[in-house]
Design a protein around this ligand. Sequence first.
Ligand SMILES: C[S@@+](CC[C@H](N)C(=O)[O-])C[C@H]1O[C@@H](n2cnc3c(N)ncnc32)[C@H](O)[C@@H]1O
Length: 583
Amino acid sequence: MPSAPAPPRQFDLRTASAGAGADLAERKRAGLSDDHVLPAGRSHEGVPPCWHGRSVSAQRAVSGPRHPDWRLHRVSEHWGRMRSMQSDLLAQAEQNRVAALSGLDPKSQDLLGQFFTPARAAALIASMPRLPEGGAIRVLDPGAGSGMLSAALVARILDNQPHLTVHVVAVECGSPVVPQLLDTLEACKAAGDGRVTFEVVEDDFITTSTGMTTDRRVTGFDLVIQNPPYAKLAASSAARAAVRQSGADAPNLYAAFLALGAAALKPGGQLVAITPRSFCNGPYFSAFRAYLLDQIALDRLHVFESRSTVFADTGVLQENVIFSGTRGGDRTQVLLSTSNGHEDDISRRAVPYTDVVRPDDRHRFVRIATKDEDTEVAERILTLPETLGSLGISVSTGRVVDFRSRECLHSVAETGALPLLYPGNVRDGFIEWPWAIRKPQWFLPVTDKDQKLLLPEGWYCAVKRFSSKEERRRIVAAVWSPERTPGPIAFENHMNVFHVRGEGLGRNTAYGLSMWLNSSLVDKFFRTFSGHTQVNATDLRMMRFPDSSTLWRLGSLAPERLPEQAEIDAMVDKVVNVASTAA
Ligand SMILES: C[S@@+](CC[C@H](N)C(=O)[O-])C[C@H]1O[C@@H](n2cnc3c(N)ncnc32)[C@H](O)[C@@H]1O
C-alpha cells in the first residue's frame, strides 16, 4: 500500500484509478475501441448531448455484470486507511461520486452531462484559485453533481486557510444525484466545524441565472468552481436565447455555464473550471471567447497531455483544460502548466498575457505554449512574412457534402464521372485515387449546381479536417497531381483545399505547402492554439507562411512521396533558415 503523500495532496486515487484502468480494459475486451467514444470524423462540437461524447452503448458495455457496489467497496477500503479529516472528506465525496455515477440512468447521464470529477482531478482544480487568508467567501458550484468540486475546495480551505470561512451555493438540476450532493455538503459542513455553510439550489442553472427571474442566490460570488455539463444548445432553444440576452453567444451548454459563471462573479472574483479545450480556438466559439475574455482575465491554464485519463472511469475521451480567471483582473501574465493526466507531475511556466491572447488576433484564440520550446516555435512562425491572404492563396472546405449530393455519387467508374476525393485518399503526402476506402469515389454532376461543386484541373494541396488518433501530426497534408489524373475533381467536405481563386496552384507551390504543413514545426505551432484533432480552415488562415519563393523552393526539393518526418523537418529547416538569413 503506498504511503499518503504530504498535504495538500493527502489522498491518493491509485486504487480508484485501477478501477478506471479496469474499465478501459473491459471496454477493449468488449470490442469498444476509442472510436466508439468519439466516432472518426466527428468533433465533440457535433456530438449528441453528452459531456465528452461518450456513447450510450459504450456506457452499457462498461457497466457489465458486476456487483453494483464493487467500486464502493474498493474505494472505501482504500480511503479507510487514510487519516486526516480532509482526506476523510474527500473519501466521503469520492464514495458519493461513485455511488451517484452507479445510480445514473444512461440516457439522463448523456442528456445532462453527468460525468463527475474524480477526487484527484478535483483537488487539482481546487488548488488553482487564490484564496484570502481570512474572512468569508461565497462559492458557486453550478452543475454540482455529487459535490466533488465543492468538497475538494472545502478540503483545501480547511487544510490551508484556518481563518477563512466559506459558504457554498450548489446548483444542480439532476434530482437523482441530489441525495449524494447533500451528503457531501453535510460532510463538508461537519468537517468545517462552523466554518462551512451551504445551500443547494435544485434548479436549472440557466433559468436561475438569466432573464426576469434571476435568482439572487446565484449572483455575487468570490469564486465559481465548475465542471460544466457538456451538451448542445440548439440555436433556437430558449436557453440559448436567454444566455444571449445576458450578453454571451454560447454555442453549447458548457460555454453557457462558463459565461453565466463569469457573470455571477463579483468584481475581483475568480472563475475556475475544467472544460474541453475546444473553446480555445476555431470560429464556432469566437463570439463566446470574446465575451469570456472581456469578462475575465486569464490567470492560469492547465492542459493534460493525455486525452483519456482524467475522466477515465466514466469512459470519457476528451482533451481537457483547467483554467482560472479573474473578473476585471490584470492582463499581464498567465501561468501555464501541463501534466500527462491528473495524477502526474506538473510542469509550469509563466508567460506574458499577450502570448496567450494576442492583441492583434481578432479571433481571440487562447494559445497555450506550455514549454519554452513552444514559445520558440510560436516566435519562429509568427515572424514569418506571409499569410495565405498575402500569398494570394485561399483555403476552403471541400464543396461536396456527400449526403446532399447522393444522386451524383457512384462507387464504380461511369462515363463522365470525375474523382471525388476523401480524407481516406490521403496516402503518404499524396492523394491517391481511386483507393480502397469504401466510399463512392466517382462524382457525376447532374445539374448546373453540381457542376459548381467541381474544381478545375490543376495541382492542389489538401489537408484533412480531422486527423485520426493514430496520426502523429494534427495537420495531415497531401498533393493532388493533374499529371496522374487529368480533368476536374471534387473534394469532399472533410477536406480543406488550398487554391488560387478557385483554381489550382503551381506544382512546386502545392508540394511546398504540403511539405511545410507536414513539418513538425507547424505541428508544434498548431498544438499551441488547438487542442483538438479538427483542423478548421480558419485555423489555417490564421497561420503564417514562408514567402512564395521559399515555398516554391521547398516544393522543388520535395520528392513525390512524403519522406520520413526527420527528412521533411531537415528540408523545411534548411529552406526556411536560408530565407530568414537572406532577409
Ligand atoms: C459534468 S457534471 C459535473 C458534476 C460536478 N460538478 C463534478 O465535477 O463532479 C455536470 C452536472 O451538471 C448538471 N446539470 C446539467 N444541466 C444542468 C442545468 N441546466 N442546471 C443545473 N445543473 C445541470 C448535471 O446533472 C451534472 O450533475
